[in-house]
Design a protein around this ligand. Structure first.
Ligand code: BG6
Length: 493
């Protein structure tokens, strides 16, 4: 099956090709693209890493990865045989120019014949070395694109250093910064719901919306990456990128088109309009917390500091709740409540747009009245639901109303195919050279300006982070943050 009429072969080189992300996500995604007929004949995938595991060793590793982390329903021996033939492996040391010559040799003529995508799935410290050495080895041209994984720095300053280093060899238009949340199907559907319907846009303002809530709840702990996580924390790991990207898609104005530049320009305006977090605002409008030992699904789990590799005096936050404000005409006065945490009781990501109450209720008894909400669920399942009030059927006196949900999720007849993984969408977009769902340098930096202010205040704060037992919905302070404004977190079921 071939879907793209303008299909052309591409070289995909993955630095960190035998690392965790590559084996769990990137290779299974490429395999699925091949299965769907999205990889053209002649497309090759080259794993590049320091260890010399050889092509056969790599093929075996990739197969095991697809077995373990891929969708079992997608396994197809014929597809695997084809995919396997596309795989190659080169031992490349990011800091050794000579090893890039081996890569050049492996690419051979296809480097000049085809587009080449370099996917940097390594620690960001290596990004500059990799791109410098690619340039020095003559492996950069107009037809090469480079993908950067997060984290892009730990602060505005360090992100600038990384971006400057990569910019020495690649122009911005050929740099693709991944935020895998943008590849999630419902996140793209958000754009369709907002801009392909006349219904919502007129009410998408502070005149009609009371507040917006974005929750990304995880049940997992730090999954064996304590060192990385402790250096990062939930604000850097989730809020500065994923949640702010979701916020900017919810809050942006109508772009002139779906072109990368048009969409990014609107998102950037939102990020630049985020109200600066002064020390006082950080104290009032942010809650950080760390999980302690608790119970998850009847199983005892250790606290954050007792996880493998943990140290007892860590102050790193595994949970954050924040009230963010956007100071522009559309959003002035509408709080955006952001919340994320590890070891929470359920895994789900959700955006809730809560509309204002009716100005005056003509129905007797207000106990059942609740405001309209548009609830956009990104995972584990994708759905969009509109909460409405309806009459309760019956012959009772007066008219009793009750909340009902209108399901705006795709009917089965449309959604009869599997929902692609975020990385499938994003890798295919890089191959096609479409950067709409990628993050521009200006966005990364605007997000850091806002996040840095919070991190700086926390660093000098005299109070310790709150604590919450694993398996709970975070500290009481996170509920109080919203309750103080006369609101509550949307309860999901
Ligand atoms: C990553 C974070 O970017 O996103 C992880 O580094 C987090 O800590 C993950 O677990 C969540 O992604 P998803 O797609 O499972 O919600």
């Amino acid at each position: 099956m071939q879907h793209n009429t303008t299909c052309f072969p591409c070289n995909v080189v993955i630095f960190g090709g035998n690392g965790d992300l590559a084996i769990r996500k990137l290779l299974p995604a490429l395999y699925n693209l091949d299965r769907g007929g999205y990889l053209c004949e002649g497309t090759q995938v080259i794993g590049a890493s320091r260890t010399d595991i050889g092509r056969d060793g790599y093929i075996e590793m990739v197969r095991q990865g697809i077995d373990e982390f891929g969708d079992p329903d997608c396994w197809d021996e014929t597809v695997w045989e084809r995919f396997k033939d596309r795989l190659n492996y080169v031992a490349v040391d990011a800091r050794n120019l000579d090893s890039f010559k081996l890569l050049k040799k492996a690419l051979g003529k296809s480097f000049t014949q085809n587009d080449t995508v370099y996917y940097m799935s390594t620690a960001p410290d290596f990004f500059g070395d990799i791109t410098d050495n690619l340039a020095a080895a003559g492996l950069v041209s107009d037809r090469t694109r480079v993908v950067m994984e997060k984290p892009i720095g730990k602060s505005l300053e360090s992100s600038k250093t990384i971006n400057d280093a990569v910019a020495r060899s690649f122009p911005e238009k050929n740099i693709y910064r991944i935020d895998h949340y943008l590849g999630k199907e419902t996140v793209q559907n958000l754009l369709a719901v907002r801009f392909a319907n006349a219904l919502f846009e007129p009410v998408w303002t502070n005149a009609h919306i009371d507040n917006v809530q974005i929750t990304v709840a995880e049940t997992v702990g730090v999954e064996g990456r304590w060192g990385y996580y402790d250096d990062s924390g939930a604000l850097r790991d989730m809020i500065q990128n994923h949640l702010l990207q979701l916020l900017s898609l919810v809050a942006m104005g109508v772009p002139v088109s779906l072109d990368a530049e048009a969409v990014r320009a609107e998102k950037l305006k939102v990020l630049k309009s985020l109200k600066k977090m002064s020390v006082d605002r950080v104290r009032r409008n942010t809650v950080r917390a760390q999980y302690t030992a608790g119970n998850m699904d009847g199983r005892k789990v250790p606290g954050y500091k007792e996880e493998e590799g943990g140290v007892p005096d860590s102050q790193t936050e595994t949970f954050v709740a924040i009230r963010a404000d956007i100071h522009n005409w559309r959003w002035r006065g509408v709080p955006f409540y952001l919340r994320t945490g590890k070891r929470l009781p359920a895994r789900y990501s959700e955006i809730v747009i809560q509309f204002k109450d009716v100005p005056h209720s003509i129905f007797p008894g207000t106990a059942n009245m609740s405001p309209n909400k548009l609830v956009i669920r990104l995972q584990p399942e994708e759905s969009i639901q509109l909460y409405m009030m309806n009459k309760l059927p019956g012959l009772g006196e007066g008219m009793e109303v009750t909340p009902v949900t209108l399901n705006l999720t795709l009917p089965d007849r449309i959604a009869d195919s599997r929902v692609p993984e975020a990385y499938e969408r994003l890798i295919l977009d890089v191959i096609r050279g479409n950067s709409t769902l990628f993050v521009h340098r200006d966005e990364v930096e605007a997000a850091w300006v806002w996040a840095d202010a919070i991190l700086d205040s926390w660093a000098t704060a005299t109070v310790d982070p709150h604590v919450y037992p694993a398996g709970s919905w975070g500290p009481q302070a996170a509920f109080e943050l919203v309750a103080r404004d006369g609101r509550s977190w949307h309860e999901t079921n």
